[in-house]
Design a protein. Structure first.
Length: 249
């Protein structure tokens, strides 16, 4: 199904039958991707009076309870409510769901014991392109990102100047294949998060960060239409399903 989306007076055609899903799902058990020092998510049938409520065990329905943390257990989209006292629900702050996005691939630079994404790298990747959303794929891009246990690994992060550059360029939706845009251990400074949401000025309540994506190597760098799908949680973050659509010539 071919449809046309208008963006800045341009008519962009996409094929809705060819979605490129860049989310990591939440699944039961220890093989689920994880960060932030907590256990795995659980998807288990409820038990009433010693009866397991699942079809497999004789019940008429499956009736699972899911226990998870959106920041730790899969692709999630978050608002400034993640780092400020004021309540800012993703369900209220994200009002539109289709954006012109750029996919870029970067090889993190070594800084002492760290690996970082720099402003210079992002400037080179983006140039003067005008985009609402940026999808960052880091190298090496191996499929174990979908099951990696990130706690205590000192993962790659964005330098503060890199985030400030994206804000200057008008990026409102940043999607990364990392547990966080910030360093795992930074003393609570969260320089990247604070810079992205401009917490020292007029807060960008309509801006989002999506973490724990996985961009297949089959997806080329370039421009796409992003459909940022979210679950309607009244919370600072929610599990999400970002989907890309190739723009047709």
């Amino acid at each position: 199904m071919i449809t046309t989306i208008e963006y800045n007076s341009r008519k962009l055609k996409i094929d809705l039958t060819q979605p490129l899903d860049i989310s990591i799902p939440i699944s039961n058990g220890a093989s689920n991707v994880n960060a932030w020092y907590i256990g795995p998510p659980k998807i288990e049938p409820e038990v009433f009076d010693e009866d397991i409520i699942s079809v497999e065990n004789g019940a008429s329905v499956n009736f699972n309870t899911i226990t998870f943390n959106p920041h730790s257990h899969g692709t999630h989209t978050e608002t400034v409510g993640h780092i400020v006292k004021e309540k800012c629900s993703i369900n209220k702050c994200l009002k539109t769901f289709f954006f012109l996005a750029e996919v870029v691939t970067v090889a993190p630079e070594k800084r002492g014991e760290d690996y970082v994404i720099s402003a210079k790298q992002l400037q080179f990747a983006l140039g003067n392109k005008k985009r609402e959303a940026l999808v960052v794929r880091t190298m090496p891009n191996t499929s174990d990102k979908k099951t990696r246990q990130y706690s205590n690994t000192n993962w790659t992060y964005f330098e503060e100047d890199a985030i400030k550059l994206l804000v200057k360029k008008g990026i409102k939706h940043l999607l990364v294949d990392l547990p966080s845009v910030d360093r795992e251990e930074d003393g609570g400074e969260l320089k990247g998060h604070n810079a992205f949401w401009n917490t020292k000025g007029v807060i960008r309540k309509d801006a989002t960060i999506t973490e724990f994506i996985y961009v297949s190597n089959k997806i080329e760098d370039g421009a796409y239409i992003l459909n940022l799908q979210i679950a309607p949680f009244e919370n600072d973050a929610t599990p999400s399903k970002p989907v890309l659509y190739k723009i047709m010539d």
